[in-house]
Structures are given as structure tokens and as C-alpha cells.
Write a protein that binds this ligand. Structure first.
Ligand SMILES: [Zn+2]
Ligand SMILES: [Zn+2]
Length: 171
């Protein structure tokens, strides 16, 4: 209020061409504009800090690192969030988890034996050949035609000894 009065007296004493400019800066309009600008600056500062908190929560699991990221989002104002954006983890935690689950599921599907080794089509353990790519999967018992595992020396269903294809040819 004192500065306001001071400017008022000086402007009345000498006829300055910048009177109108000074009047403007002394007026309530200038104060209001400055206050609104400050208000928006503070709002933007808080919003940027909150954005950092929200974003960091999705990207960082470690609580200490998360606290550090939030502190950086608050101070220094505006520069902190920019620094955070440069150094934040590139992926969301849930995306990393999802990818890990996908990889695990893929490994499991590769491990399972009920898939054709050639075309990966789902096959039943009783199949002798892949119905999709016609790859021969198992030999059948020459007596009961049951599908035989490669290591079996005898058919478990009819007790017929398993003979190698070469031996069968020689008969
Ligand atoms: Zn196949
Ligand atoms: Zn058999």
C-alpha cells in the first residue's frame, strides 16, 4: 500500500510519458493479473508433482525409489518432473508383469508334449500322426494297433514285444 501511494505521488509530480504504464502496474488490474498468474503457476506445479506421483506409481515398485521420484516431482518445481521424464523406467510395472506371464505361458506351451513337434498343432496322446502336417508321431502295436511310446519295448495293452521298423522289414 505504501508503494502504491509512493507511485501515485511521483506520477503527479512529473509528467512522465510512462505514466500510463506505471498506472497500469499500480492498478488493481495488474495485481489481479499477477495473482492469477501465480495461482496458475502453483496449480501447474502441484499438478505436475501429482502427475509424477501417478506415473511413478505405475512404473516403480521399490517404495524408496518411488518416494525419490515424488520428491523430484515436487522440487525443483517444473524442472524436477522434466528430469523424472528423462530418467523414469521405460515400462509400466504391469506391462513387465504381463510380458513375464506371457513368456512363462509360452515356455509352458513349448514344454508340453501334447503338441506336434513340427507344426505345434494340438495333438492327442493317442494320435499316431499329426492330423495337420501328417508327421508320423508314434508307431502302433502290430497286434492291437495301440499307440506306443518311443521307449517302450513291449506293448502295455497286449504284451506284444515292440520290434524296430528294420526288424519288421527283415521278417
Ligand atoms: Zn503337425
Ligand atoms: Zn498291443
Amino acid at each position: 500500500m505504501t508503494s502504491y501511494l509512493f507511485f501515485q505521488t511521483t506520477t503527479t509530480q512529473d509528467e512522465d510519458p510512462f505514466d500510463t504504464v506505471r498506472d497500469f502496474f499500480d492498478s488493481g488490474v495488474w495485481l489481479a493479473v499477477r495473482n492469477v498468474a501465480l495461482f496458475f503457476l502453483v496449480v501447474f506445479w502441484l499438478a505436475s508433482a501429482y502427475w509424477v506421483y501417478k506415473d511413478a506409481r505405475r512404473r516403480i515398485e521399490d517404495p524408496w525409489l518411488l518416494a525419490m521420484a515424488v520428491a523430484l516431482g515436487i522440487f525443483p518445481p517444473f524442472i524436477g518432473p522434466l528430469l523424472y521424464m528423462l530418467f523414469r523406467p521405460p515400462e509400466y510395472v504391469e506391462d513387465v508383469r504381463e510380458r513375464e506371464l506371457e513368456i512363462k505361458a509360452m515356455e509352458e506351451s513349448l514344454d508340453t508334449s501334447d503338441r506336434c513337434p513340427v507344426c505345434r498343432a494340438a495333438i492327442d496322446p493317442s494320435f499316431l500322426a499329426c492330423p495337420v502336417c501328417t508327421t508320423k508321431l508314434k508307431d502302433s502295436c502290430r497286434r492291437c494297433k495301440a499307440p506306443l511310446e518311443p521307449l517302450w519295448q513291449m506293448c502295455p495293452y497286449c504284451e506284444t514285444p515292440v520290434e524296430s521298423p528294420r526288424a519288421v522289414e527283415n521278417l
